[in-house]
Design a protein around this ligand. Sequence first.
Ligand SMILES: Cc1cc2nc3c(=O)[nH]c(=O)nc-3n(C[C@H](O)[C@H](O)[C@H](O)COP(=O)(O)O)c2cc1C
Length: 385
Amino acid sequence: MADLTTDFCGIRLDNPVVVGPAGITATAERLRRCEDNGAGAAVMKSYFEHELLRQSPTPHFKVIQRRLGPYRSSTLYSFEQASPYGLQEYAQQIQAAKETCTMPVFGSIDCVTPEHWRQAAAACQQAGTDGLELNVSCPHGPHAMTQMTMFEAMIAALDAARQGADRIPLILKVSPQLDNPAATVHRLNAAGTDGVVMFNRLTGLEIDLDSEQPIMHGGYAGHGGPWALHYTLRWISQTYPDLDIPIAASGGVCTGTDVAKLLLAGATVVETCSAVVLQGYEYISQLVDELHQFMAKKGYESLSEFRGKICHRIQTNEQIQRARTRVAEIDASQCTACGICATVCIYRAVQQDGEDYGISAALCQGCGLCAELCPIQAIAMIPVP
Ligand SMILES: Cc1cc2nc3c(=O)[nH]c(=O)nc-3n(C[C@H](O)[C@H](O)[C@H](O)COP(=O)(O)O)c2cc1C
């Protein structure tokens, strides 16, 4: 078996699959369930300074399925707010988790005033947390309502939390709602954060058309899902080169192959949340198993052999080969004459003769959409004749 151990901010993890903060990590008992099911570490549900936000409305989960013809996407849309605990009880849960778990346990705090950032960080450090995520980026947290920019709020949080906790790593959780996350993370690196989480979720809105009201609790909510992976991959791969601090990936992880991709993009560890919310704690071990399978297939024995490997393979705009090298060709013996290729071809390259479809190599621009959409894979992309 390959060695999955990794070091994140000076903390050793048995494997890089970390359960991200949510209700699934809100108590010592639930953190223990993460460990029992193979997690390398877990981050406790965020403590919020704002007492009002410690209670979630009911219900607060909706799985939104969307369709575009035969294609589907899903969003875990939720308004699950803060940990229900006050600071003292939150610290007690960390302490209890540290007594029952051998995996690293991270706290997560979201405060408003500098004094409270300091106090909460101090209480978590005192309780024995291995590290602390600073969650300034909650999609329905208090920062969305202040006048500070996200960057200013993160720096203020880091400075204040550092005054309360000087012995543990402080890890800023970054919002995906930034104009240039790579530049922001490099500035956070320079400002002294020990690591970053890329990313929290986006904030969205869903409307009930009968009542013409926002659904569930009547406001905006966090939304994420499998679709978020590509955004996470893109920004981590762009941020990782030349960064001195480790990145915890978060956003869209559904499978062990997603974990492998995020490691290839440069993540040190990979947080998963919605997948465990929707599939249960047992799913954690499946992610770890699938990562093992990927490494066995590739012959990797440790994570460092492939971490960040993709970054230098990503072509710049200048490097991308733009010559028209391939065109589409239909295998007439397989074609069922469904006509999808003709519907989507904006070049009018798909020509119909009775029941037979063919593609004009002269008109085809080689975009590949017809081959992609053919339901029986009867279209191949061949070299330009
Ligand atoms: C129900 C729910 C509750 C969450 N609560 C928190 C939280 O308290 N603190 C936090 O930093 N992130 C929270 N998140 C964000 C997740 O930790 C994670 O960053 C995000 O969902 C993206 O990862 P995923 O695609 O694996 O879900 C929550 C996410 C969900 C779905």
